[in-house]
Design a protein around this ligand. Structure first.
Ligand code: NAD
Length: 294
């Protein structure tokens, strides 16, 4: 791809920082400016070579940007967009990495003068860590990145953002934002809520002598890893994709109810069928897609 002269990363955390590092490693970006609220995090980003310079001032940062990436929690979108409208060059492309796409597009339509040059995106990669200290250049390698263009999206801007994610090692696909939000509710948002709920259910148990966590091992650790993710980020995702997530919670609730009924009826056959179906589906997914993280 043609090098990006000036990339502005608003939210220099795990995702924004990792994209900056990946593009630097690929040699396709000349200058990266980090924008955020925490001085400590931005200074760490500079020390780690994630950014070349940093500022708290969104309007000043975007004034000569080629590409602006939002990698902030979903609740910050409107204020971030609003802060850039007066100084954003007409030629600049704005894109994002947020986990819900209909809300991102709605915020861009409300706040940006030219939403056709906003390319909504979501890298399907991550960890439960936060901040610039957790960023690493290889995060997106061999992972999908989903872009959700609209009918009026500028095709040249779309192509440029696609090339950017490909340079970071991702495989890019496009889909409708509604479809993205429905699928991600099932395979990302529901598991996070289930992990938070499981930890809460367990932490409330125990007696004066012992707590259940004392006896937890690999199974509990694997299932609950993502409950160590940022609570603020997940509150925002949950609220931005409420309808789809509520639908998925109903689906999970139905499965749990069926299991409870099988237990009540002492129905080992039913339990075995359910467990076998789940194992077969998960094994087939792993065989096809490998041990994908996030
Ligand atoms: P993070 O907490 O590591 O980084 C977010 C950064 O945004 C922080 O540095 C924070 O200080 C900054 N920030 C918060 N509010 C801000 C504001 N109003 N103005 C400027 N900066 C602000 O989070 P992350 O994991 O990098 O997630 C960033 C985005 O990427 C989120 O929208 C999330 O939904 C999405 N995402 C996360 C993952 C994941 O696994 N962590 C994966 C894919 C997409």
């Amino acid at each position: 791809m043609n090098p990006i002269k000036h990339l502005v990363v608003i939210g220099t955390g795990l995702i924004g920082g990792s994209l900056a590092l990946a593009l630097k490693k690929a040699g396709v970006v000349e200058r990266v400016t980090g924008v955020g609220r925490s001085r400590e995090n931005l200074e760490l980003a500079k020390v780690r070579g994630v950014v070349d310079d940093w500022t708290h001032d969104i309007a000043a940062a975007v004034a000569d940007a080629d590409i602006v990436l939002l990698a902030v929690p979903m609740s910050a979108y409107e204020s971030v967009f609003t802060a850039m409208v007066d100084t954003l060059p007409a030629t600049a492309i704005v894109t994002d990495a947020g986990s819900t796409k209909q809300s991102a597009i709605a915020a861009a339509r409300t706040c940006l003068p030219d939403p056709c040059r906003f390319i909504a995106g979501h890298p399907i990669a991550g960890t439960e860590q936060s901040g610039a200290g957790a960023a690493f250049a290889e995060l997106f390698e061999h992972h999908l990145c989903i872009l959700t263009p609209q009918d009026n999206t500028d095709p040249a801007a779309l192509q440029r953002v696609q090339s950017m994610w490909e340079a970071a090692g991702s495989r890019v696909i496009c889909m409708a934002p509604e479809e993205h939000d429905d699928f991600l509710a099932a395979v990302s948002h529901l598991p996070h809520l289930a992990a938070f709920a499981l930890v809460n259910a367990v932490r409330k148990q125990g007696n004066d002598e012992h707590k259940p966590f004392e006896f937890a091992a690999g199974g509990f650790r694997d299932f609950t890893r993502i409950a160590s993710s940022s609570p603020q980020m997940w509150r925002d995702i949950a609220l931005c994709n409420r309808q789809a997530i509520m639908h998925q919670l109903d689906a999970l609730q139905d499965e749990l109810t069926a299991m409870k009924l099988a237990l009540q009826a002492d129905d080992g056959e039913q339990l075995l069928d359910d467990f076998k179906a789940a194992k077969t589906a998960r094994d087939a997914w792993l065989a096809q897609h490998g041990e994908a993280s996030s």
